[in-house]
Write a protein that binds this ligand. Structure first.
Ligand SMILES: [Zn+2]
Length: 296
């Protein structure tokens, strides 16, 4: 499970979200067996999506992040749903030629790309979902998300996302800091200090000898020192949202002609979920029943 904190500073001039997402990365890795480059970049996108958890109000709400870049990674999607479940998909997850770069905790422009489009869809139970778009201009996803949220929140927003490859584990961490309305000049400089500080603390933790403390404990103690108050703590699990019902709906959406063709072929079909590789089989009899629904 991953932990997400929502916090506010003493002067109530900015709010903070922190995400400790080692387990999301671990579970994605176990399920999809991706390349190192995929693990790192997908981990960052999952962490970003987890940071948005507090926007969800009911169990039917969901938030999707989609990135389409000029990089070799292809399409990247993350889905946050049912308040505390999250899942991810990276199209070309098996490309290993950039793993060496990522093992050194660096990022490859060729893999992740440096231009393209970022789309965030928030379905919060209103008539229409809210869809926000921005151009990707950097190979650094933290910068792209900072740009997105600074313009969509209409206030200074700083996003930092990182997945560190350790000896036999991952350290995945992210935060988003937003300046609240009516801020002063002093608040702006404090905002900049915090934006850099937590990034540096991640490096200090990795380099230092803090093994008796988890990184979560380490950051929690820093929050106390700076009188940054935790107002909410939430837990998120990596889990796919696929189901028999969703697979049948997908088949239904293929339409009459496609389904007729499958029946003519006379062979059972197998559909594999993109997010978790789970396999779903449908017999000809089952396809015929789906077709009946379509005719109703
Ligand atoms: Zn699935």
């Amino acid at each position: 499970m991953a932990k997400i904190l929502r916090c506010i500073d003493e002067c109530k001039s900015m709010r903070f979200f922190f995400a400790f997402t080692d387990d999301l990365v671990k579970d994605f890795n176990k399920l999809q067996k991706p390349s190192v480059a995929t693990t790192v970049e997908m981990g960052k996108v999952l962490t970003m999506n987890a940071l948005l958890y507090s926007d969800l109000n009911t169990k039917d709400d969901s938030i999707d992040i989609k990135l389409k870049t000029n990089g070799k990674c292809g399409l990247i999607i993350s889905k946050l749903y049912n308040e505390s479940f999250i899942t991810g998909y990276l199209e070309n997850k098996d490309i290993t030629e950039y793993d060496k770069i990522y093992k050194n905790n660096e990022t490859s422009k060729d893999f992740i790309g440096d231009s393209g489009i970022l789309v965030i869809t928030k379905d919060l139970g209103l008539k229409n979902p809210y869809i926000g778009k921005t151009n990707i201009t950097s190979k650094n996803l933290s910068e792209d998300f900072s740009n997105y949220f600074s313009s969509s929140n209409q206030t200074n927003t700083s996003v930092f996302l990182d997945v560190k490859i350790l000896k036999d584990s991952f350290l995945s961490f992210g935060y988003m800091i937003e300046l609240l309305p009516d801020y002063t000049k002093k608040d702006i400089s404090q905002f900049k200090i915090y934006s850099d500080m937590f990034k540096e603390e991640l490096e200090n933790y990795i380099k230092g000898d803090f093994k008796e403390n988890s990184f979560y404990d380490y950051i929690s103690s820093i929050l106390k020192i700076f009188k940054i108050k935790v107002t909410e703590e939430k837990i998120i699990h990596y889990k796919c949202s696929c189901s028999d019902e969703k697979i049948d709906n997908m088949l239904l959406n293929l339409g009459k002609k496609e389904l007729d063709d499958i029946i003519k072929e006379g062979k059972e079909i197998e559909i594999s979920c993109n997010f978790c590789s789970k396999k779903y089989k449908r017999s000809i009899e089952e396809i015929k029943n789906i077709l009946k629904k379509l005719k109703k």
